[in-house]
Ligand binder design. Structure first.
Ligand SMILES: Cc1ncc(COP(=O)(O)O)c(C=O)c1O
Length: 364
């Protein structure tokens, strides 16, 4: 028996009837783009977050770009984020014309280190993108207080945090805006690409809506510059079905993570949940020496694992032009050498968790 890291078909089995009906309803509706299914999903997702405005777009990357553009970020601006995130966090910043600035992370939580943030803020800082990595949550309430009155916007990267809460409130509802990804592996995953911008402010959401569709307010008239980044009706209908199950799936992730917590030897270090956070448990991440060798041997034992992420972005050739030397973010650099993501998804069985734990214990 092999333990896989992800397979969307395991989840599909349980919701196949609902999905097939939703797809059929879209095909029968006569509208494939920006119709009733997208509007319904946007309403449902905003309500699930506790109110506000949701704008469906075609990826998490575009959700970040559009949120930053709507907030006025552009060439000459600096945007602070972390180097231990998925590359799209940083490519999104670049796509606005702004310059990414890397702040190191907290060694326990792997999240943006708010204590180090002030030394990265300059007169050109226009936005901060805190990343709720692995389903853990940055204290964005504290961050908002730090930057209040300085003309600095905060866009939460929620690609990995659907269902996470900070002091009882959903991740994504603290900043000026938030960006969600519905890439298939995410806690809420489409059957293809998808994303969503969220804002509590209606006027900001209107700007996001314009940018996703050529800058149009009315047909064939651009009020501003825009692009094409529409969520399609099929994905929206699929996401509406899956949203109904999301809380249950996140709960199951938490139960499985707790099983890892209880069964893993205390000598195996893990990334910690931040204070006041109910994590979404997108990934369960341990920290191990000789990670690559261990990962290979786990693979030989039939356990698939992941590494999120093996290279801090400031050390990638594609971002060498930013001129960040080795040692710019020592905590993120060390995490990149040690982190290992164990299998974690709602359809994983208790027995499979135990099998992963046994395999890991036999090697460390
Ligand atoms: C932290 C983070 N930000 C942004 C993204 C980009 O999302 P997408 O792949 O939907 O463009 C991802 C997904 O890979 C992510 O994990």
């Amino acid at each position: 028996m092999n333990v896989r890291s992800f397979d969307y078909r395991a989840q599909l089995t349980g919701i196949r009837g609902e999905i097939d009906a939703a797809i059929a309803a879209v095909l029968d509706s006569g509208t494939l783009v920006l119709g009733e299914a997208v509007q319904r999903f946007e309403r449902e997702f905003a309500a699930w977050l506790g109110g506000g405005h949701a704008v469906g777009v075609n990826s998490g990357t575009d959700a970040l770009v559009i949120a930053l553009l709507a907030l006025g970020v552009g060439p000459g601006d600096e945007v602070v984020t972390v180097p231990n995130t998925a590359v799209p966090t940083v490519s999104a910043i670049r796509m606005t014309g702004a310059t990414p600035v890397f702040c190191d992370v907290d060694p326990a939580t792997a999240l943006l280190d708010l204590a180090q943030l002030p030394r990265h803020l300059t007169g050109r800082t226009r936005a901060i993108v805190p990343v709720h990595l692995y389903g853990n949550v940055v204290d964005v309430a504290a961050l908002m207080a730090m930057v209040a009155g300085r003309g600095i916007a905060v866009v939460e990267d929620c690609a990995q945090s659907h269902g996470a809460r900070l002091r009882g409130r959903h991740a994504g509802t603290f900043g000026d805006a938030a960006a969600f990804s519905f890439y298939p592996t995410k806690n809420l995953g489409a059957y293809g690409d998808g994303g969503l911008c969220f804002a509590r402010d209606a006027a900001l959401a209107d700007q996001m809506r314009r940018i996703r569709m050529y800058g149009f307010a009315d047909a064939y008239y651009a009020e501003r510059e825009g692009r094409n980044s529409r969520l399609d009706e099929l994905q929206a209908a699929i996401l509406s079905v899956k949203l109904r199950h999301l809380d249950g799936w996140v709960e199951r992730r938490r139960t499985l993570a707790q099983r890892y917590d209880e069964r893993l030897a205390p000598t195996i270090a893990r990334v910690q949940t931040a204070a006041g956070v109910e994590p979404a448990r997108h990934l369960y991440v341990v920290r191990v020496p000789q990670r690559d060798e261990l990962r290979r041997r786990l693979g030989d034992l039939g356990v698939a694992t992941g590494v999120h992420y093996p290279t801090p972005i400031h050390r990638m050739r594609g971002y060498a032009f930013l001129g960040c030397a080795d040692g710019h973010a020592p905590v993120a650099e060390r995490l990149a050498r040690e982190v290992l993501s164990l299998p974690l998804y709602p359809e994983l069985t208790d027995a499979e968790v135990d099998r992963v734990v046994t395999a890991l214990h036999s090697l460390v």
